[in-house]
Design a binder for this molecule. Structure first.
Ligand SMILES: C[S@@+](CC[C@H](N)C(=O)[O-])C[C@H]1O[C@@H](n2cnc3c(N)ncnc32)[C@H](O)[C@@H]1O
Length: 217
């Protein structure tokens, strides 16, 4: 884990509102699209999906548009949940999408075929708690995207996040104590495989992200 010790603060509601506006104009961003493409390795059609840290709801909406039966998004931010509900309603998917304000590391999670964490583990200090708790809800597949932690890209990510965290620290009124983390990926991978999953797809969108999809072994 990189530096920082606080739980996520205030600022993701703004991110979610911006993402929601962008998604209405041009659809899901490239990383989310890459994750949806990767989930095809496990199969989305007819599945239930739980997206923890759902933000503006773009993955939930994308999963439903690709044939998922129902999808739930949990997020710490009430503004994010509001933006996600509104995006799903605009797409005519409100009946199959549910969004709630909840901390995915401790909340009661609905058992789901697929559980996803798209750029979320890096926003939360206790990666082990978040991964262990969300794995317990995953039936057929589990997937995450987080910053690469090793090699040149890992070094770049650590340097960029260290600078970013300095910026956040000096603006507590805006960021509410938020810190970002480059968690080591190896122990997360080991935790997922120890829970009975095997890797079926790995990619590095934009070079800096590590995207991994696992299926029940
Ligand atoms: C960088 S944003 C990513 C949003 C979305 N997944 C995406 O990729 O567009 C991280 C999101 O995770 C949420 N988050 C962080 N830790 C969380 C937790 N423990 N439980 C639920 N949501 C969490 C934040 O509120 C924020 O909306």
């Amino acid at each position: 884990m990189d530096d920082g010790e606080n739980t996520p603060g205030c600022c993701f509601d703004d991110w979610a509102r911006n993402e929601s506006r962008r998604a209405r104009r041009v659809g899901a961003d490239g990383v989310t699209t890459a994750l949806l493409d990767g989930l095809a390795q496990v199969g989305l059609t007819g599945r239930t999906v739980l997206d923890v840290g759902a933000g503006a709801g773009t993955l939930v909406v994308g999963a439903l548009e690709r044939g998922a039966a129902r999808a739930t998004g949990f997020d710490l931010g009430p503004g994010a949940v509001e933006a996600a509900r509104s995006l799903a309603a605009d797409r005519g998917l409100a009946a199959r999408a549910r969004f709630e304000v909840a901390d995915g590391s401790v909340a009661a999670l609905p058992p789901s075929d697929l559980v996803t964490l798209n750029r979320v583990i890096c926003c939360y200090p206790d990666a082990a708690a978040l991964v262990t708790h969300t794995l317990a809800a995953a039936g057929r597949g589990y997937a995450f995207v987080l910053p690469r932690s090793t090699g040149p890209f890992g070094r770049i990510n650590r340097a960029v996040l260290r600078l970013g965290n300095l910026w956040f620290r000096f603006r507590p009124g805006v960021y509410g104590g938020y810190r970002a983390f480059v968690h080591d990926i190896r122990p997360i991978h080991d935790r997922v495989t120890a829970a009975g999953f095997r890797p079926v797809h790995t990619a590095h969108p934009r070079g800096l992200w590590h995207l991994a999809v696992y299926a029940r072994a």
